[in-house]
Design a protein around this ligand. Structure first.
Ligand SMILES: [Zn+2]
Ligand SMILES: [Zn+2]
Length: 340
């Protein structure tokens, strides 16, 4: 078969694809020229890389079919139509709109959710189609800030789920990007915020980049003195079942445990301890539009140290050779942004 002129004229784009665990490559795919009814084409300007992407690369993600174009932390410009050129933040959680959760205003935990870059191909490419309702205008934000809204919205959502306020003493377990985002929004809510992590490197970053100073190593059972009564809210952002379980005894009476991360294993706790505290366990999944808006508002007000949180900006062309190192160095990295 020979290429005709028409074939060779088909516009293509480069996509960052995990072919299978451990194999991240650049692929050429057709540039989308049309979006389905109610969807909009977005020219991607920046993509954040997060723990989920590392898990996909490592083959540790619980529900994922390969090959997959990754990328769910997306900022871009509307490609055509009356709003062409407008900078938008993409909400990557595509919900069905009809299930019980969707009908009750919780599309973030839609029973048939399709997350871009996880359940379906994501935005690590030049252009992607997204439902119009999943695009939020990013006026007043830089492209880089817009690409950081989604990961921070996860933390903002968890803090909103917990109803954190100025009376609360909060412990965030896990000082990676999601934990830091959670801690930032708990602090903005007025709470006293403690952070713990097994990695001294991550705790140093929390101190240097975000000014947190109530920091603890992994030896949490040793918490005593003023803290002996425990924490009103314990947020888990570790993705580690043992860390989640270790958090339960740290709850104050009347407190709540908020599970921001997800683990494959079962977790367990002593019911007598749980009951006597009248504790609550709160799941927190993804984020709502209100959380995205809250993050954008905080960014516009200069209340999020976005510059400091960017560890590096990498061109998509350079990502394949660097991906393994990013995975290996993740304790010293907060946010990597990729430009298509
Ligand atoms: Zn993410
Ligand atoms: Zn739904």
């Amino acid at each position: 078969m020979t290429l005709t002129d028409t074939d060779s004229a088909i516009a293509t784009m480069t996509c960052g694809t995990c072919l299978e665990p451990g194999r991240f490559v650049l692929e050429r795919r057709a540039l989308p020229l049309e979006a389905p009814e109610g969807w909009v084409l977005v020219d991607i300007a920046a993509i954040g890389i997060c723990g989920t992407d590392y898990h996909i690369h490592e083959g540790k993600h619980p529900f994922l079919d390969y090959p997959r174009v990754i990328g769910h932390e997306l900022a871009g410009h509307i490609a055509s139509g009356p709003d062409a050129g407008q900078l938008v933040v993409v909400n990557p959680y595509i919900s069905c709109g009809t299930c019980r959760a969707c009908r009750r205003g919780k599309p973030n935990c839609c029973a048939a959710i399709q997350v871009l870059g996880v359940h379906r191909d994501g935005g690590m490419c030049a252009r992607i189609a997204v439902p119009r309702g999943n695009l939020y205008p990013a006026e007043g934000l830089s492209v880089q800030q817009a690409a950081m809204v989604e990961f921070l919205a996860i933390g903002a959502h968890a803090v909103a789920r917990a109803g954190a306020g100025p009376e609360d003493r909060v412990l965030v377990v896990g000082a990676g990007p999601i934990g830091l985002g959670t801690a930032l929004f708990a602090r903005l809510a007025g709470a006293e915020v403690h952070l713990s992590d097994r990695s001294p490197e991550r705790l140093d970053l929390a101190r240097q980049l975000c000014g947190f100073d109530l920091l603890h190593g992994p030896d949490l059972p040793a918490i005593s003195g003023d803290l002996a009564e425990g924490f009103d809210l314990v947020f888990d952002a570790t993705g580690n079942a043992q860390a989640i379980e270790a958090g339960f005894p740290l709850l104050a009476h009347g407190g709540s445990s908020v599970l921001v991360s997800v683990v494959k294993e079962d977790i367990s706790f002593a019911d007598s301890e749980f009951h006597k505290r009248e504790a609550r366990i709160i799941g927190s999944r993804n984020a709502l539009k209100a959380d995205f808006e809250k993050v954008m508002e905080a960014m516009r007000a200069g209340r999020i140290p976005t510059e400091a949180l960017i560890s590096d900006v990498i061109a998509l062309a350079d990502l394949p050779e660097r991906f393994d190192n990013l995975v290996a160095d993740r304790d010293s990295i907060v946010k990597i942004l990729v430009t298509p």
